[in-house]
Design a binder for this molecule. Structure first.
Ligand code: R5P
Length: 312
């Protein structure tokens, strides 16, 4: 069965890196808008009988990115692809995994339904916001992790007396994983989200006094969570030499400026989404290209992915 890789428009550099790692090129396709804003997708080469992978993070503009992914799948299915896999390095909508009040959708479930109904037989994602995502799919979800890649990328510039800081209780397992890999102790900040852009913090569990904090999270969106965590560990006596590590550097709006006002030595993120070129703080980007390429290679050859998978 032939292997074909297509990319949506959300992260072309990453898709090119994946294709280069697989020593192939990207499949030819056209994506444009009708005058009224409707998307139009066309696959420009035969995919009949192929094992097709579509690389597209559902990053901002989230709705457009998602729809492009669905439309490429529909085009591929109708063009006779033998199997379609969605490669969604950043999975938008994963955070809306339950109703917090009475009259909300379970958006993560709806998005999972849309993805599988569009023709995909399998999904690959990286460090999804919630492991519950897997249960929303009937098709297999291959949940990879970038944590070892990011830990390796950060390691050479970490001060010796660091402490891994989880910015909220939800990040406890993630913090443990980094602590294990980097051989450092852990502290956890107690955060409550007031609104989408506003968080409040009540304290920190664990010893940070005199240590250099390494704040870890799955994603940085507005930067509010990271800022609140940093301010908390600084007032608890943490040294003003901060490292931040997160898989998905969305940096929406003024997130980077906001973070530039803090004593951050480096931010390490992956290229799951395109990181803004203007960076008022030092940002190191570690590529997921080799990881995604390896996952695609093994799936194409029906080989195990178990050492690439996120556990817990
Ligand atoms: C929340 O539970 C997530 O893990 C992140 O902490 C959050 O989504 C980051 O968003 P922001 O940067 O807007 O605080």
């Amino acid at each position: 069965m032939g292997l074909t890789i297509f990319a949506g428009r959300a992260n072309l550099p990453l898709a090119e890196a994946v294709a280069a790692n697989l020593q192939t090129g990207l499949g030819r396709r056209e994506i444009a808008h009708f005058p009224d804003g409707e998307l139009h997708v066309e696959i420009l080469e035969s995919v009949r009988g192929d094992d097709v992978y579509v690389i597209q993070p559902t990053s901002p503009p989230v709705a457009d990115s998602l729809l492009e992914l669905l439309l490429v799948a529909d085009a591929g299915r109708r063009a006779g692809a033998a199997q379609l896999t969605a490669v969604v390095p950043y999975f938008g909508y994963a955070r809306q995994d339950r109703r917090r009040s009475g009259r909300e959708p379970v958006s993560a479930r709806l998005v999972a339904d849309l993805i599988q109904r569009s023709g995909f037989a399998r999904v690959i994602t990286v460090d999804a916001h919630t492991p519950a995502l897997e249960g929303f799919f009937e098709i297999p979800l291959e949940h990879l992790t970038a944590v070892p890649i990011l830990a390796r990328a950060a390691q050479s510039q970490l001060p010796p007396d660091g402490v891994i800081v989880g910015p909220d209780l939800g990040a406890t397992k993630l913090a443990d994983r980094y602590a294990q890999l980097l051989g450092l102790p852990v502290a956890i900040v107690h955060k409550t989200r007031v609104t989408g852009g506003l968080v409040s913090v009540s304290g920190v569990t664990g010893e940070v006094r005199g240590r250099a904090p390494i704040v870890v999270d799955d994603m940085i969106t507005t930067g509010g969570t990271i800022e609140a965590a940093i301010r908390t560990v600084l007032s608890a006596g943490g040294r003003p030499e901060i490292t931040v590590i997160a898989t998905h550097g969305l940096f929406v709006g003024t997130a980077l400026e906001r973070l530039s006002a803090l004593p951050i030595r480096q931010i390490v993120v992956s290229d799951s989404v395109v990181v803004p070129a203007e960076r008022p703080v030092p940002v190191r980007v570690a590529s997921l290209g080799p990881l995604l390429a390896e996952a695609i290679r093994r799936l194409h050859q029906n080989r195990s992915l178990s050492d690439l998978i996120a556990h817990g």
